[in-house]
Write a protein that binds this ligand. Sequence first.
Ligand SMILES: N[C@@H](Cc1ccccc1)C(=O)N[C@@H](Cc1ccccc1)C(=O)O
Length: 622
Amino acid sequence: MTAECCGYPISIFFIVVNEFCERFSYYGMRAVLVLYFRYFLLWDDDLATSIYHAFVALCYLTPILGAIIADSWLGKFKTIIYLSIVYAIGQVTMAISTIHDITDANRDGTPDNFTFHIALSMLGLILIALGTGGIKPCVAAFGGDQFQEHQSRQLNTFFSVFYLCINAGSLLSTLITPVLRAQECGIHTQQQCYPLAFGVPAVLMVISLVVFIAGSGMYVKTDPEGNIMWSVCKCIGFAIKNRFRHRSSSYPKREHWMDWANEKYDKLLIAQIKMVLKVLFLYIPLPMFWTLFDQKGSRWTLQATTMSGDFVSILISTVNPILILTLVPIMDRLIFPLIQKCGLNFSPLKRMTVGMLFAAMAFVSAALVQIEIDKTLPNFPSSSESQLKVVNTYSTTLNVTISPNEHLLIESFGVQLHTSKHTYSTISCMFVNDFSLIHGEQWCEFSRKFGFGASYTFLIPSTVFSDDCESITEVEDMKPNSVHMALQIPQYFLITTGEVMFSVTGLQFSYSQAPKNMKSVLQAGWLCTNAVGNIIVLIVAELGKLPKQWAEYLLFASLLVAVSIIFSIMAYFYTYIDPAEIEAQVRKEQGLEPEEMEKETLEMEEKDEDQKNEQGVKQTKI
Ligand SMILES: N[C@@H](Cc1ccccc1)C(=O)N[C@@H](Cc1ccccc1)C(=O)O
């Protein structure tokens, strides 16, 4: 009997606090990682972003490893502890790699041995990816394991609270770590304080581990039932081989292709594999959601840089977790119960489909914003056009006539331009920051705010020597960004609503539909859909760019709508199961008690090994 508080096992308190600290550590480190590559290691933008994305992709591929270790070998509890130690070591290594004084022998403020810092930070990142990815499927599943059968309502709430903790941790850290980086620190010279920005996430990871260990006495710990993944692979392999051997029509068909493993494998194992495969099959269309979701970190951020408004980076990194913290309680307490009261069955798979549609709507909204932005952007000559700029420095308007040419993109400044068809009146080029102009002995102070995205030309006549700064003419060649960033709020709102419906539900669904001994594996499968989604972003969005950004947004929205239709059809044919009930039923059919079942599986494995050994002996004799 586990200790309870308000119907919840007390042990989950340690698990959610552990998750909060771990996510603080992960997102905090991620928030300053590209800056570290760019300004500490002095990598160019391309290298910095490529290594960053490679690291993120690795973080979502390692869950499979963690799940196999947990379900087949160490169990979830020990896997979380061991991999958290690896993770904490990785964070500490990363923090040490950012101390410039270690190799700054000449004390000029820059490291003298970049190879040392690069090697150490890469080692740190590999350990972090192994740790964060490895424990990810285990922590959610381990949290679920703490609940008993009568606590199914609390179990669903747990996954929502778990998601809230993730976002509270990520929100705080993405706000705090950039501020820590902006501090100055150092032994010989004062530099931007990367050791502090990476050190705090390292401390949080250690705290996360300590909190998890502190709850040790209270957890429900399930031991792994032998090397389950190996047994699963062998069983599937045998079913395929056996089916192939009996492909002639004289053999009667079987209900499921996995039933071809009946001759050799335990019925319970076969039933469990069927449950897992059914869910994994359902996951096939899901990466498309993440393909859209993950573009908010790339495409949408770039879109924001062409808009007006301050605090771009802070807004971008915090809007998602802030919305999650607001929307999860609203959905759980208000929207879902209301839908239920209306007599509608809003099942998990329906929620996920609606989540996809919300993400598609977010992209339609992004496309509309893009169209507005495009209207304000300057015209640049295409590869088949030429551009002509005419600048008039006289104080009176000049008339210039140009013979018509359809390939000529004409801009003119202080000039009435006549072609046979149109009259143009525009402007040209170039300073984008506050500056002082020095001309001989004369200073002309320009102190004004230049709008982002704008381009200016300052025309300085020779008369400027006669103390006449006023005669300098300012021409605004390109207008500053004028579409306000607030227009992005609807798309962020829609995608986050989609995330709550899709991701929180997916987490619950993956847990509830998995057999007891494969909970982590299905969580890892769920996380893999995200890794695949990221890979699709890299392939489709990077290689196959459409000429117009809004068209690309609409293309992604249409693809997701198509995928959500396919998913809804697949979901229609999916029957929700209670894995524990099916397992009990199979056991009953076999007339076996649970312990006997385990014994039988072991005997089967031993027989298998003996057969192999025998064959080996025979072969040596021949
Ligand atoms: N909403 C995200 C966290 C986030 C924080 C700051 C900026 C963007 C996102 C979230 O809850 N992530 C979860 C679930 C998840 C989502 C996508 C891929 C894997 C897991 C997380 O565990 O980090």
